[in-house]
Design a protein around this ligand. Structure first.
Ligand SMILES: NC(=O)c1ccc[n+]([C@@H]2O[C@H](COP(=O)([O-])OP(=O)(O)OC[C@H]3O[C@@H](n4cnc5c(N)ncnc54)[C@H](O)[C@@H]3O)[C@@H](O)[C@H]2O)c1
Ligand SMILES: O=P(O)(O)OC[C@H](O)CO
Length: 326
């Protein structure tokens, strides 16, 4: 079986490496900190990001990019969106790759495949995205996701190598729609959490998530993606998960904001990435550049910047002129 290199040993990279080992065949997992890589290799546990899940024997852990990529025919790039390009810049040539990060960069306003193309335009690439909490995938609980790439051979090879009956992968050819959905759902999840944390009720959340889906679809279409992708696993599916699952870091951050905690205090208590925080203003700027109205994203930006609290952000949203329903 072909070797998979997983680049990034946070919760999701580790879970995907476990899944790749479960699917059969050799797997390398690259962690950026050599001391952490050594500790993970010794203890067979990712104590910092996915504690208590044994790392399978077939999983080699290294902090050396060349060692991680040696012999790999597929790479999964699972570094947070803000750090993807800087992390990969010194790496040796990459094999065909799927990016599993979800976000937009503050610098350059880039979605993950755009970040990758800036530094490695020659790499055949796609997106792996869907409603997937790392801990559940690592535990082998059933999950589904999309492999979105314009390259059919990459889609088929990745699905053949990574899917199992419990991790169902669907190939599709709209990576733009998939990466817009994956990034933007983080922002809408912050909004949903804030509404719930402030006690505004289930009706408010359902309305917000539905309007959130609409604004994601508008942006995806403006950037060349498709509305049917946004209605699928990488859009609606992931929105459902992160706007209702308290295990979502974006939802729980919004919830804490809604309860009146400050952003600084919430972030200080975390050692994990909450992509929606940096992504919200970048997504809004990208949407504005494309002439797309994203009022919920704009409200989340105001909330994160401390310019509005939840009730005033909601009042502003409700006071907007109505569009016809979409
Ligand atoms: N955790 C999940 O359930 C999940 C599921 C699907 C997608 N994702 C996406 O996967 C990506 C990675 O998230 P995660 O949950 O695995 O991370 P995590 O929160 O578990 O860990 C943070 C990761 O960020 C890395 N990091 C921190 N600062 C960095 C820097 N300056 N440069 C490079 N790397 C740095 C750390 O080494 C670590 O690997 C994100 O885009 C996230 O949205 C996560
Ligand atoms: O915990 P979150 O909010 O970062 O969401 C994790 C995944 O993206 C869910 O699909």
């Amino acid at each position: 079986m072909d070797r998979i290199a997983v680049i990034g040993a946070g919760a999701w990279g580790t879970a995907l490496a476990i899944q790749a080992a479960r699917a059969g065949g050799p797997v390398s997992l690259w962690a950026r900190d050599p001391a952490r890589a050594a500790e993970m290799a010794r203890s067979r546990d990712n104590a910092a990001h996915l504690p208590g899940v044994p790392l399978p024997d077939g999983l080699a852990i290294t902090a050396d990019p060349a060692e991680a990529l040696a012999g790999a025919t597929l790479a999964l790039l699972v570094v947070p969106a803000q750090h993807l390009a800087a992390t990969l810049a010194p790496f040796p040539p990459l094999p065909p790759s799927l990016v599993a990060a979800k976000g937009v960069t503050t610098e350059g306003l880039l979605f993950p495949l755009e970040s990758l193309a800036r530094i490695r335009p020659e790499v055949t690439a796609g997106i792996l995205s869907g409603p997937n909490f790392a801990a559940e995938v690592a535990a082998g609980l059933p999950a589904a996701a999309v492999v979105a790439s314009r390259d059919e051979a990459l889609r088929e090879a990745a699905i053949a190598r990574l899917a199992t009956p419990g991790f169902r992968l669907y190939g599709q050819d709209d990576p733009v729609g998939a990466q817009v959905g994956g990034a933007a759902k983080n922002v809408i999840a912050i909004a949903a959490g804030a509404v719930m944390g402030a006690g505004l009720g289930e009706n408010a959340r359902a309305g917000l998530v539905t309007r959130g889906l609409s604004e994601i679809a508008r942006l995806a279409e403006a950037l060349g993606g498709r509305a049917d992708t946004v209605a699928g696993l990488s859009g609606l599916g992931d929105l459902l998960l992160t706007c209702t699952g308290p295990g979502s870091r974006n939802f729980s951050l919004g919830f804490a904001l809604g309860q009146g905690q400050t952003l600084a205090d919430i972030l200080a208590a975390r050692n994990s990435v909450t992509e929606g925080v940096a992504t919200a203003p970048a997504l809004l700027a990208r949407a504005q550049a494309a002439g797309v109205d994203m009022p919920i994203t704009a409200a989340v930006c105001e909330l994160l910047a401390g310019r509005h609290d939840v009730p005033s952000a909601v009042r502003e949203l409700l006071g907007r002129p109505r569009r016809s329903a979409e």
